[in-house]
Design a protein around this ligand. Sequence first.
Ligand code: IMP
Length: 193
Amino acid sequence: MNKPLLLSTNNKGKLKEYRDILAPKGYLIYCPSDLGIEIEVEETGKTFRENSLLKAQALSEYVNIPVIADDSGLCIDALDDFPGLYSARYASSLGGYPSAYEDLNKKLQGKDRKAHFHCCICLLEKDKKPLYFEGDCPGEILSEPKGSNGFGYDPIFFSTELNKAFGEASEQEKDAVSHRAKAIAKLSIYLCL
Ligand code: IMP
């Protein structure tokens, strides 16, 4: 029998990534809009863990099934992990990703370009402590965008595992190494124990 899980996003790309990995293991993934739930969670946490917990807690008020929520971002070593938690807000404060690419490139003049994407998934089940599953994807920040695949910072992220920019990688290639895929793989192992 399929076991239900509620994922705290209506983002179609994320939903597909979770369904692709967890459906074959017998999980039925719902998103808030499937259940008529509309919520906007303020990401006031100081860490990826805190934000993923805030998102999971907000949803768990509505349902009796386990909830999963994730938080992710781009962390640049030379900028003390900036934009990190603020990845989406930083790009929108500059008017979009192309301006963020330029701004990051300026900030990185003469500096090391090592970076990683990080993803933290929180699993919240009724009357249980929250559990966290995390994944990292190492890379470097390119001085100009390459390719137009993916979303967000993908065109300026050179994956050292794929040896190409995420902007040039196919969906399957990115899914093989991405921070989110690694965190989902850990969650999937736990759920099948
Ligand atoms: P959230 O986890 O949906 O809150 O996403 C945070 C933000 O981090 C996104 O809006 C992007 O700016 C950035 N981000 C997270 N994962 C990726 C990725 O795989 N590619 C590009 N940008 C990402």
